[in-house]
Structures are given as C-alpha cells and as structure tokens.
Design a protein around this ligand. Structure first.
Ligand code: 6PG
Length: 253
C-alpha cells in the first residue's frame, strides 16, 4: 500500500494548474496503455478552476477527448440541470466546452424514484461500460478526483452513514450529511474508490486547514477520507498553501 504523495502549491491558481497537469498526463498514459482514459469527476467548488483550465484552448488542444470516458464519484439527487448537481458543475465548466462525445459522459440517472435506485442503475451503467456485472469486483478507473469536506467526508461518504460499511456495491444512495446541500446523494463506495489506478484529492483554501491537519495526522482512521487507500494505485493529495498551513514539515511543491 503506497504512502500518499502530498504536493503543496502556492495558491488556488497553481493548485488548479497542477491538477490539470496531473489529469492531462494521466490521460496520455492511459490512452497509450489501454486506448482510453476513464475518469471520475468530483463535485463541490474546489475542482471548478481545474475543469475550466482543462477547457482552455492551450490545454484542450493537447487532449484526445474522443478517448475520454467521464464518470462521477458522487452526485446530488437533484435534476442534472439543477445548479447543485455535480454534473451541472462539470457541464458548465468543462464538458460543454470540449469535443467530448456525449456518449462518453456517464451522468448519474437522478430522474429515478430515489437515490438508492439511481445508485443501482448507475452501477449497472458503469458495469456495462467495463463489460462487467455489478456483482463483480469494481473496475479500475484510471483517475478518480476527490474533494474533502469539513467533516472529513469525501465523495458523498459522510461520517456515520451506512455507506461507509459497504463492501460490495460500487455505488450506493445515502441521506445527506451535516454539510449542505441537504439532499440525498449517490456515492461511489470505498471498494470502487480503492480500485482506482490513481486517486487525487484536491483541497484548497484556509477553511480546509483544520480538517486537513486532522485527517492527515489521524492516528486512527476516524474520518471517511482516511479509508481511501488505493489497493494497487497512487494516492495524491494536491493542496494549496492555505489548506496545508497546519501540516508540519510538508515542503512546498
Ligand atoms: C460534493 C462533493 C464533495 C466535495 C467536498 C468538498 O458533492 O459536494 O463531491 O465531496 O468534494 O464536500 O467540497 P468543496 O470543494 O466545495 O469544498
């Protein structure tokens, strides 16, 4: 189990640039090795700058978008055109600005009756893409982007929820945690996250310094994000200096 790599960038712009660089290079490696790149996007506000950078012509022209396949590590159980939707965030900042075939974008079907049925249907969609069944071992996504909530959650794996104990399903429905928006979610489970070839946490801003210090110095695995331990993959924490302020002895860059 490799130890996580921690990179501290000067500010949010450098963090976004570093994250875009990681994504572009992960895509090149995956396309060279397997002919395609599978990525799970995260929601929240942190990745917005990174998504916008990827859509900038100087980056977008380097990318073989037709070989990208986009999934979501979690989704709010709201319509996809709802501003709270993670799909809506990705579409607004990236997906609607690049020539990524719509057939290559796998949005969570939030028009189903409830989050549990949406999660089950999403697992089936992902399984079909990977030519697996939802009861198989989870697929190995090339890159999974994750954020960190102030309560130590990641994706929509919230403290105290049954989803933390899920050992078989790839996606599950969950009631909201303590942080907004107060809507049910669909979330990847630890089995899916830990099957990732590369998992990158993107954490920025002074508001995350306290929780980041806690999760990265956790003696016990007391936060959900501590359970993201790719079994045969790379774990990267990409931080800006403001978020990393409480981390002792972490050199920048
Ligand atoms: C979501 C995200 C969630 C997010 C963290 C951090 O659906 O909200 O997937 O896990 O990444 O809560 O959010 P910020 O980037 O807004 O701080």
């Amino acid at each position: 189990m490799p130890t996580p790599t921690i990179r501290v960038l000067k500010d949010s712009d450098e963090l976004a640039a570093a994250a875009a660089h990681v994504i572009i290079h992960a895509a090149s490696r995956a396309i060279r090795a397997r002919g395609c790149f599978t990525i799970a996007l995260s929601g929240g506000s942190t990745p917005e700058k990174t998504y916008q950078l990827l859509a900038q012509p100087e980056n977008a022209q380097k990318i073989d978008w037709a070989r990208w396949y986009v999934f979501f590590g979690d989704e709010r159980f709201v319509p996809l055109d709802d501003p709270r939707s993670n799909y809506h965030l990705a579409a607004r900042t990236l997906l609607s600005h690049v020539p990524l075939p719509s057939a290559n974008i796998f949005a969570v079907p939030t028009d189903l009756p409830n989050a549990a049925s949406a999660a089950s249907a999403y697992s089936a969609m992902v399984a079909k893409f990977f030519k697996l069944t939802p009861t198989d071992a989870p697929p190995r996504l090339d890159l999974i982007l994750l954020g960190l909530g102030d309560d130590g959650h990641t994706a929509s794996l919230f403290p105290g929820k049954p989803s933390l104990q899920e050992k078989k399903l790839w996606f599950t429905g969950t009631s909201p945690g303590i942080l907004p928006p107060p809507v049910d979610r669909i979330t990847a489970t630890f089995p899916l996250l830990n099957a990732g070839r590369e998992v990158m946490f993107l954490v920025g801003g002074a508001g995350k310094a306290k929780i980041l210090q806690a999760v990265l110095s956790a003696k016990t695995w007391q936060y959900p994000c501590n359970h993201v331990v790719p079994q045969d993959g790379v774990l990267l924490w990409a931080l800006d200096a403001a978020a990393a302020a409480g981390l002792p002895h972490i050199s920048g860059k």
